[in-house]
Design a protein around this ligand. Structure first.
Ligand code: NAI
Length: 345
């Protein structure tokens, strides 16, 4: 029997995973708490743990899980910047869901953009209060504007197509530009200088951390709209706030925030938010924050559950071989066995 402990479980996670539980065969332990150094032992005796974006999977947590008998960490998301994959090597196998609905994230990015520049969020509140004034709601046309897309992977490319549908000029930057595409690649500096709208779709790495900082904002056009549905730490939020206060940044739409781990996904209304920076950003009339919601469509949730259970199934029933295994050596060191279609360790 395979026992799986789910951390940071929400009711929509339960709804999409419950159908895969088979008593005596595959059993689930749904935990509402996040995985941390203090909660790792709740997974003792579980073969796999299933975690999400804001669970902590550092060296200490990995050692505790390993001591408790866990053999696999199944991420129910694509990004894995919260997992110390190097520390896990040789101890616990890590798998993720590389794609579940890039459309969900790209479409949410477009929704944020349109909401922001056409002031839909303000109009919605006004008309609910029978305030039919148009004062302060002037937007701008997307047609003919230049959008700079950072990261032209699955989500970035769908977002590019959406933007082209609006008649926008698209320029892009990627550390690994696609060879087979009609995308106009430019340097990051040129992208900052030319874009009316900048949208981030690259992973968070040591290199991309705070790629939008004071120096980058300095290079941007006055009134630039910044969209981030990727990872919070791509933006130095202090610098963003300063850019907004200086009227350099025209609007910011954030689905992610560097310090979101202890804030997002919970109802904190009625509490005093202990994050001055986020409170200040949210108080700005030209900032829209959604709480890491871009992935949240029915299609994405079903795909996440299906692929996660396939990952777990193939790992435990296929001699430990799992196509979606994340191994820090894969792609870096030729000797990694996975490159020979075997196990990583
Ligand atoms: P992907 O792996 O298909 O594409 C990422 C692209 O970024 C690749 O083209 C890659 O070459 C490029 N890249 C890598 N390093 C770079 C660098 N230093 N500078 C510029 N580009 C670089 O990933 P996908 O599926 O398009 O996802 C993109 C990001 O979206 C993920 O890393 C994740 O952080 C975020 N995401 C957010 C979700 C949400 O709910 N808000 C849900 C799913 C993903």
């Amino acid at each position: 029997m395979i026992k799986v402990a789910f951390f940071d479980t929400k009711e929509y996670d339960k709804a999409s995973f419950e159908r895969y539980e088979k008593p005596g065969d595959v059993e689930f332990k749904f935990l509402e708490t996040k995985l941390t150094e203090d909660t790792a032992e709740l997974a003792n005796g579980c073969d796999a743990v299933c975690v999400f974006v804001n669970d902590t999977v550092n060296g200490t947590v990995i050692d505790k899980l390993y001591a408790g008998g866990t053999k696999m960490i199944a991420l129910r998301c694509a990004g894995y910047n919260n997992v110390d994959v190097e520390h896990a090597y040789g101890k616990i196998h890590v798998a993720h869901v590389p794609a579940y609905s890039p459309y969900a994230v790209a479409e949410h990015t477009a929704a944020l953009l349109l909401t922001s520049i056409r002031r839909i969020h303000k109009a919605y509140n006004r008309t609910r209060d029978f305030n039919f004034s148009l004062s302060g709601l002037t937007g701008f046309d997307l047609n003919g504007k230049t959008v700079g897309v950072v990261g032209t992977g699955k989500i970035g490319r769908i977002f590019i197509n959406i933007c082209r549908g609006f008649g926008m000029n698209v320029i892009a930057y990627d550390a690994f530009p696609a060879k087979d595409s009609d995308i106009e690649y430019v340097s990051l500096v040129e992208l900052f200088e030319r874009s009316d709208i900048i949208s981030l779709h690259c992973p968070l790495t040591g290199e991309t951390r705070h790629m939008i900082n004071a120096e980058a904002i300095e290079k941007m056009k006055k009134g630039v709209v910044i969209l981030n549905t990727s990872r919070g730490a791509l933006i130095d939020a202090e610098a963003l706030l300063a850019g907004i206060k200086a009227r350099k940044v025209g609007a910011a739409c954030l689905d992610v925030y560097e310090e979101e781990a202890d804030i997002f996904f919970e109802d904190r209304s009625g509490h005093i938010l202990n994050d001055e920076l986020l409170s200040r950003l949210i108080s700005m009339p030209n900032v829209i924050v959604t709480s890491h919601q871009a992935f949240l469509t029915e299609e994405a949730l079903n795909n996440i559950a299906e692929t996660t259970m396939k990952n777990i199934g193939s790992f435990f029933e296929n001699d430990g071989i799992c196509d979606n295994e994340l191994c820090y050596r894969c792609g870096h060191i030729e000797s990694c066995k996975k490159t020979r279609k075997e196990r990583c360790f």
